[in-house]
Design a protein around this ligand. Structure first.
Ligand code: FAD
Length: 641
């Protein structure tokens, strides 16, 4: 039967990409259907219950800045929060939330069910309806035909999924869920390049069988970090009760057990053909690749507040169950551990992302978009970011509006998509800060400054978020002004930190703005000390403190302080971007003599010789080709003219 309602956008899959895609499409004004295997697993975390971390939290904040769900759900479900790299510069600082799986799913489902313009339907999609070179809809397992102007496929690890534990294997989308076999077969008929990848997960452990006294406790950070720019405002989700994680380690015995089990490993006996994530290797891979290391740290992470299950982060494995049991028992504190679920590896189909446009629409089937693991990425955050982009573009296409793309200098989302569509991937792709050339501009703390206005234009940003953002912009401007106008007299003694530790006294008159440039001066401490007898910047122009201004006060100070302290670097990066933009389309002749350019590293020279980029813009996007190298190319290009 043909379903009576025709949709602008149909999203297949209710994982991290699919839920962001469906929300974004509906918010952008498209009538949207989210079609998924099981409504109970909307927002399910297939692997570790954590959101964020290095490189990934940047994506989460960008999703948030564009009105998406992931950061809000992480705040509602986060049971331990930490800021990683907190002693390093702001470009690489990253927030990580250990999440309660049940609370996370509930938060995502609540947002989906309350989204106007979005219908949800539970059933497998078995087929796509393609007429000529355009998508027309989807056919479900029981033959219901849903018609739509565009379709976003976000099927994760489910396409042709095969689960491996030791030398045993069976078909599955992830443990406990069916695979998508018919849809996979159908997609293989389309003119798109398909490949196989692999990922894995560790066994889970019952906390009641663990001796925590042999482990090191790892509490969360204080003050308690948050993921969303909206945290603490109005009815926005609040953090639940916080609990600790623990660490233990593998031993020489663990490594012996693993080596002895390799003859029954599906990876080492060639049963698995798909390539696994290099940066998130299985424990058997780690023991083989780093043979000189006699121990690896393992994080023991709670899966939630209402379960005893623990996630041992660092021992992802597809070894047979008896080997899993023995290796778990060889680690301090886990001698008597009961395994609740075995670890496993999964192989699945993915499609070469080089067959996608920067909007994430496939090049060959108009209106068909791909997002998430199906594009060769790994991780909830990478999936969510792509989902949001694909969802909003599917909506814009269906509504006959101009679509949106992001540049590498605008967002990690731009870096992610550009990497995927220009280079493709031969292994599960994950985000790192090192993938971004303009790290200092693309910080997790300024994602809203970069993207919220764009999100508002696209219809993704709610009135409430927009009001808070606008208030924050005003507060930042007021605080800069206040710092410029407030002078410190010679002899004043200033604190270096929030505890009022006295660091130094001032020899001549300075504005607070100039003082903040000093690396040792902490703006929060300065304000606390200074404002004891002075008016706060909020009060200067008569604006009363509201709940929102209090909630964003920390964010405001962070923006102001980073802006002042790193002004030189930020300006330099902005100039580089401007220069690249101006020269983006300058043609590089096909016979350009890269070998004759002094100052290029041999690695960069080789890449340029092999790829022979058509333009300066393309040269700058080749991974490893630095802005300095692009400048050299420009100089030599000018000499040739
Ligand atoms: P998923 O979250 O997998 O969601 C896919 C959704 O599509 C599901 O809801 C599914 O039911 C639905 N679906 C599929 N086919 C159909 C269909 N035909 N009809 C209707 N609905 C359908 N990430 C890491 O970063 N590090 C790791 O170490 C890691 N290990 C992993 C280990 C395992 C065993 C698995 C399964 C995943 C692992 N991941 C890991 C990956 C992480 O789970 C994914 O990157 C992320 O969930 C991808 O999101 P997604 O939305 O693309 O797909």
């Amino acid at each position: 039967m043909i379903y009576s309602k025709h949709y602008d956008v149909i999203v297949i899959g209710g994982g991290h990409a699919g839920t962001e895609a469906a929300l974004a499409a509906a918010r952008a004004g498209a009538s949207t259907l989210l079609l998924t295997h099981n409504i109970e697993t909307l927002g399910q975390m297939s692997c570790n219950p954590a959101i964020g971390g290095i490189g990934k939290s940047h994506l989460v904040r960008e999703i948030d800045a564009l009105g998406g769900a992931m950061a809000l759900a992480a705040d509602a479900a986060g049971i331990q929060f930490r800021v990683l790299n907190s002693r390093k510069g702001p470009a690489v600082r990253a927030t990580r939330a250990q999440a309660d799986r049940v609370l996370y799913r509930a938060a995502i489902r609540t947002m989906l069910e309350n989204q106007p313009g979005l219908d949800i339907f539970q059933q497998a999609a078995d087929d796509v309806i393609v007429e000529g070179e355009a998508i027309k809809g989807v056919v479900t397992q029981s033959g219901i035909r849903f018609l739509g102007r565009s379709v976003v496929l976000t099927t994760g690890t489910f396409l042709g999924g095969t689960i491996h534990i030791g030398l045993e294997n069976h078909r599955g989308g992830r443990a406990g869920d069916p695979p998508s076999i018919r849809l996979a077969d159908r997609l293989r008929e389309l003119p798109l390049r398909v490949g196989r990848l692999k990922t894995g997960t560790p066994p889970r452990i019952d906390a009641r069988s663990v001796d925590f006294s042999k482990m090191i406790e790892q509490p969360g950070d204080t003050p308690l970090p948050s993921m969303s720019f909206m945290y603490g405002i109005g009815d926005m989700p609040k953090h639940p009760r916080q609990i600790s994680c623990f660490t233990t380690k593998t031993t020489a015995e663990t490594h012996d057990i693993i080596r002895a089990g390799l003859d029954r490993s599906p990876m080492y006996t060639g049963k698995i053909e798909g390539v696994g994530p290099r940066y998130c290797p299985s424990i058997e891979d780690k023991v083989q690749r780093f043979a000189d290391k006699d121990s690896h740290q393992i994080f023991i992470e709670p899966e939630g507040l209402t379960t005893h299950e623990l996630y041992p982060n660092g021992i992802s494995t597809s070894l047979p169950f008896d080997v899993q049991l023995a290796l778990v028992h060889s680690m301090p504190g886990l001698e008597n551990a009961h395994i609740t679920r075995p670890g496993y590896a999964i192989e699945y189909d993915f499609f070469n992302p080089q067959d996608l446009k920067p909007t994430l629409e496939t090049k060959v089937i108009a209106g068909l978009f791909f997002a998430g693991q199906i594009n060769g990425t790994t991780g909830y955050e990478e999936a969510g970011a792509q989902g949001l982009l694909a969802g909003v573009n599917a909506a814009l296409l269906s509504l006959d509006k101009a679509q949106i793309t992001f540049g590498r200098s605008e967002a990690y989302l731009g870096v992610l998509v550009d990497d995927l569509i220009t280079m493709g991937t031969v292994e599960p792709y994950r985000m790192f800060t090192s993938r971004a050339e303009y790290r200092l501009l693309l910080r997790e703390d300024n994602a809203d400054q970069r993207l919220t206005e764009i999100g508002r234009r696209l219809g993704l940003v709610s009135d409430e978020r927009w009001a808070v953002f606008s208030e924050k912009q005003n507060a930042i401007a007021r605080e800069h002004e206040w710092l410029r106008q407030t002078w410190v007299q010679p002899g004043t003694r200033l604190a270096e930190d929030m505890n009022g530790r006295f660091g130094f006294s001032i020899a001549r008159e300075y504005s607070l703005h100039d003082l903040v440039k000093r690396p040792e001066v902490n703006l929060a401490a300065l304000k606390q000390l200074w404002l004891a007898g002075e008016p706060a910047p909020e009060e200067m122009d008569g604006i009363a403190e509201t709940t929102a201004t209090l909630a964003i006060a920390g964010q405001v100070s962070e923006q102001v302080e980073t802006g002042i302290k790193y002004a030189g670097y930020i300006t330099r990066q902005s100039e580089e971007i401007e220069k690249l933009r101006r020269n983006e389309h300058l043609v590089l002749p096909s016979d350009f003599d890269y070998a004759g350019i002094d100052g290029l590293s041999s690695e960069i020279r080789q890449k340029l010789c092999n790829i022979r980029p058509a333009s300066i813009g393309q040269a700058g996007r080749i991974p490893g080709v630095t802005p300095a190298a692009v400048s050299l190319l420009l100089v030599h290009l000018k000499k040739r003219r």
